[in-house]
Design a protein around this ligand. Sequence first.
Ligand code: HEC
Length: 265
Amino acid sequence: MRFGTLLKTLSTAAVLSAGAAATPATAEPAGPLESQTWSFTGPLGYYDEMQLQHGLYVYQTRCQACHSLGLVRFASLSGLDVSEEAIKALASTYEIPYINDDGDRDTRPGVMNDSFPWALDNPKRAIATYGKAPPDLSTMARARIGGADYVYNLLVGYDDAHEQPEGAYYNKVMKVIKMPNPWPADMSDFEYPNGTRPSLEQQARDVTAFLNWTADPYLEERHQWGIIVVLYMLALTVLSFLAYRVVAAKVHAKLEVEGGPDPEH
Ligand code: HEC
């Protein structure tokens, strides 16, 4: 009886979790993802710092009005090869909400230790405005099946020609999405700091690479450690083989002198 109850509980749990996995939209892409070549995939993957800086710029221009990066401290931007002065200057342009000494809600300029704040007032207002609260993007690139490819395909997947209910938009990756198309029809509002005027695909690639870095900032260190460990293991293998040869030679020599069973058998 008890065993039966256990089985029933387990199978209910399985059905529930299968149901959760099968819910559309957020967990799995609705269509096939066009896979991209990224510098950071594969065992020797690395980040292109210039691309990450461009991605940060795209995030600031096109995404931060709705999305926070609550797990990304300004100080960590040194990983993008940004100088400390530039980071301090950038942090101070953000208004960080806090409760002042009178107990009132207030804002102050950001410092190195703050993270990218949520520009929207509160989740209920966000839901009232967009129908859904824009999620924090810190770990998004690792939270979705397909990873960076998912984010990239979502960003380039809008098709405004499709009819949708009021307040919803069509996207190849999420058929009904509450996030408006982040790309304006006229891109002339946007130029990278080095003067290039990039395509939608370029901006989408750069911001995706940046979001992959926010979700996995230690990727390069991990890969470096991986290589060091493999080299260490190789060195150990060679050493133990040499040690075996020395010991085996001594045993052979001893047996030859003292006689005994044929050492080759
Ligand atoms: C006008 C507000 C707004 C802007 C600007 C915006 N988003 Fe969103 N975003 C949303 C909302 C709302 C959702 C929730 C959509 C839903 O679940 O239907 C969302 C969801 C997302 C998701 C998660 C999709 C999923 O799988 O659940 C990603 C990734 C994302 N946005 C990336 C971006 C990026 C990158 C930019 C900048 C290029 C950006 N967004 C700009 C409002 C915005």
